[in-house]
Design a protein around this ligand. Structure first.
Ligand SMILES: NS(=O)(=O)c1c(F)c(F)c(SCCc2ccc(C(=O)O)cc2)c(F)c1NC1CCCCCCC1
Ligand SMILES: [Zn+2]
Length: 257
């Protein structure tokens, strides 16, 4: 998208000069300080529908120079865990480099190896472009990636296609699979706060959910994410996370003690 791609993660302070929302008081990501979270038992588990995409449906996987994005069909819906119904648009990742973690959110100062974001927009709007300018227009489900002892078979569904999108601007087709398998096994426990896109234009329209349970990938799978993708200038695409932003008095809810 024009004008959005000249920024970079090395000079995040410069974002605000071109994208004023980036200097706002409800920015993301944040550090989740557990002592500051407030218990809210009214936050219910999510109901996902349409997430098991048949394999004859092809999904576009694209390297846009800042992350790798999997476009989602328009029949994936979530509700219950949110005040209204939201439609999935795309999912993408943030990661580090060999030996350096790259999640965007952190918990009591701990940064994880990586983070998945499943981006949704309210079904009150017909397009994400319209929704992303409205408060509560977007809902992003975030979960942490950690290295474990086992291969994650669901992640293998798209990791094997990363070499085909190793350069900025490249895209390829991935057969459909069960997208909910990219999220933690248990999704009942989560944190909730109001924030923003973590990339320019940084619109403050995101209802954030960060799951308590993490996603386990093998070391090899984490390394695939860290070592395969490049930006236009042949630079390797790594450490694509924004620094933690100030809370400015915002509260973080947790639906579990
Ligand atoms: N964490 S996040 O959700 O804020 C986020 C990032 F941190 C991101 F870094 C990104 S990628 C950067 C924005 C971008 C650049 C180019 C293109 C393209 O050429 O198609 C598309 C997008 C990225 F795409 C997103 N999510 C997008 C934000 C862009 C505008 C709304 C579209 C869906 C959400
Ligand atoms: Zn993101």
């Amino acid at each position: 998208s024009p004008g959005h791609s000249h920024w970079n993660y090395a000079d995040q302070m410069a974002w605000t000069s071109d994208f004023h929302s980036c200097g706002g008081a409800s920015q993301s990501p944040i550090n989740i300080q557990l002592s500051e979270t407030i218990f809210d038992p009214s936050l219910r588990p999510f109901l996902l529908s349409g997430f098991d995409v048949p394999e004859d449906e092809k999904l576009k996987l694209k390297n846009n120079g800042h992350t790798v994005v999997l476009d989602l069909p328009d029949n994936l819906l979530i509700h219950n865990g949110l005040p209204q119904e939201y439609r999935a648009a795309q999912l993408h990742f943030h990661w580090g480099s060999r030996g350096a973690p790259g999640s965007e959110h952190s918990v009591d100062g701990k940064r994880y190896s990586g983070e998945i974001h499943v981006v949704h927009y309210s079904t009150e709007y017909s397009t994400i472009q319209e929704a992303m300018t409205q408060p509560g227009g977007l809902a992003v489900l975030g979960a942490f990636l950690e290295a474990g002892s086992e291969e994650n078979p669901t992640y293998e569904h798209f990791l094997t296609y990363l070499p085909q999108v190793s350069n900025e601007g490249q895209d390829t087709e991935v057969p459909g699979f069960n997208i909910s398998g990219l999220l933690p096994g248990r999704m009942e426990r989560y944190y909730r706060y109001n924030g923003s896109l973590t990339t320019p234009p940084c619109f403050q329209s995101v209802n954030w959910t960060i799951f308590n349970d993490t996603i386990k990938l093998s070391e090899r799978q984490i390394s695939m994410l860290e070592d395969t993708l490049h930006r236009d200038d042949e630079e390797i695409l790594q450490l694509n996370f924004r620094n933690a932003q100030h809370m400015h008095g915002r509260i973080i809810l947790a639906n579990f003690r």
